[in-house]
Design a protein around this ligand. Structure first.
Ligand code: ATP
Ligand code: MG
Length: 312
């Protein structure tokens, strides 16, 4: 199986350890540090910004809350340092390229890019999403609220897929919220812009837990799966997780490893919505979590699903 052959490349980004255990040592010294001046973007230069606190740090960089010294406008600044593995700088470059091309209310907005070539630091200035991520809502979301989120996320995915962009890392931690109840797709570090119609997306990037069966094992689909359908699988899993409060492919509390996950995704039955959910939601999840990617609904089809009808 392709996964077994290439397991060393697998990126099993399951629940992150506590911030203190991660490879970034983020100390209070970042607080109120002025961002070193570099070339400007959209009228804002890096020297105009003041770091307030760390919003998050993932595998690829540190995200700071920053304030514009003159306008007091708040932004998020995602930075990768030169002493990091070059793979992370490449990821940030890829994210920059995608954010430059996108302009949608359902995708986090990029206000500009700062580069410090001498030290190899690259930063993206983004709109600040003040409501955290969907991860914090796991288990506490009603079907009605879920439908509201689903509509926005699917509009975002439909927009991206029309631009031939595959996200490849849809998961609760990469969906950002603001106080206007808007949810936006973020973190394009492992996304891909498809150039040729034959491009495939079976590489093991993104968060393994949310990877679709055909991405685990490209041979199962004869190597010709619908490449956008991988995002729909991840989206379906995420919907279920937000409702039930735990990662749906495994029993609550079980810490997954790649082998358990691979077996659950490739050999197990797709997870279903639990008893007590509406028929519409059960059907919605089933349309997202079809193991055969050619039978999975597209983002546009899902937007017309009865679960998302206004009057429900
Ligand atoms: P990972 O590798 O874990 O996916 P990453 O390094 O790719 O992370 P992001 O997912 O883009 O980085 O951001 C990490 C965290 O920073 C997010 O989960 C979120 O908490 C916070 N964050 C990112 N962008 C913003 C934003 N625009 N506004 C507010 N918070 C943000
Ligand atoms: Mg992320």
């Amino acid at each position: 199986m392709a996964l077994v052959r290439e397991r060393r490349q697998l990126n099993l980004r399951l629940p992150l350890p506590p911030i203190s255990d991660r490879r970034f040592s983020v100390s209070s010294s970042v607080t109120t540090t002025t961002v070193a001046a570099t070339s400007g973007c959209n009228g804002i230069s890096a020297g105009d910004l003041e770091k307030l606190n760390v919003l998050g740090c993932g595998n690829g960089g540190i995200v700071y809350k920053v304030s514009h010294k003159t306008t007091s406008e708040i932004y998020a600044l995602k930075t990768v340092n030169g002493d990091m593995d070059p793979i992370f700088t490449r990821q940030l470059m890829r994210e920059m390229e995608i954010l430059r091309r996108t302009d949608s209310p359902y995708v986090v907005k990029c206000h500009g890019i700062f580069e410090k070539p001498v030290v190899g630091e690259v930063s993206i200035l983004m709109e600040y999403m003040d409501g955290g991520t969907l991860e914090s809502l796991r288990g506490g979301v009603t079907e009605q609220k879920l439908a509201g989120f689903a509509k926005q996320i699917l509009k975002g995915l439909s927009y991206l897929h029309a631009l031939k962009i595959v996200h490849r890392d849809i998961k609760p931690a990469n969906l950002l919220l603001n106080s206007r109840n808007e949810v936006k797709i973020a973190d394009f570090g492992v996304s891909k812009i498809l150039v040729r119609s034959l491009d495939s997306c079976n590489s093991y990037v993104g968060t393994c837990a949310y990877m679709s069966p055909e991405r685990f094992d490209s041979e199962s689909s004869g190597g010709s799966s619908d490449i956008y359908a991988g995002d729909i699988w991840s989206f379906g899993l995420m919907m279920l997780e937000l409702l039930v409060g735990h990662f749906p492919l495994l029993p609550p509390g079980q810490r997954p490893d790649w082998a358990t996950l691979m077996c659950a995704v490739c050999f197990g039955e797709p997870p279903r919505a639990p008893e007590g959910c509406s028929e519409e939601f059960r059907s919605f999840v089933e349309c997202c979590l079809r193991k055969d990617s050619s039978k999975r609904w597209t983002a546009s089809q899902l937007l017309a699903h009865p679960f998302l009808r206004e009057d429900l």
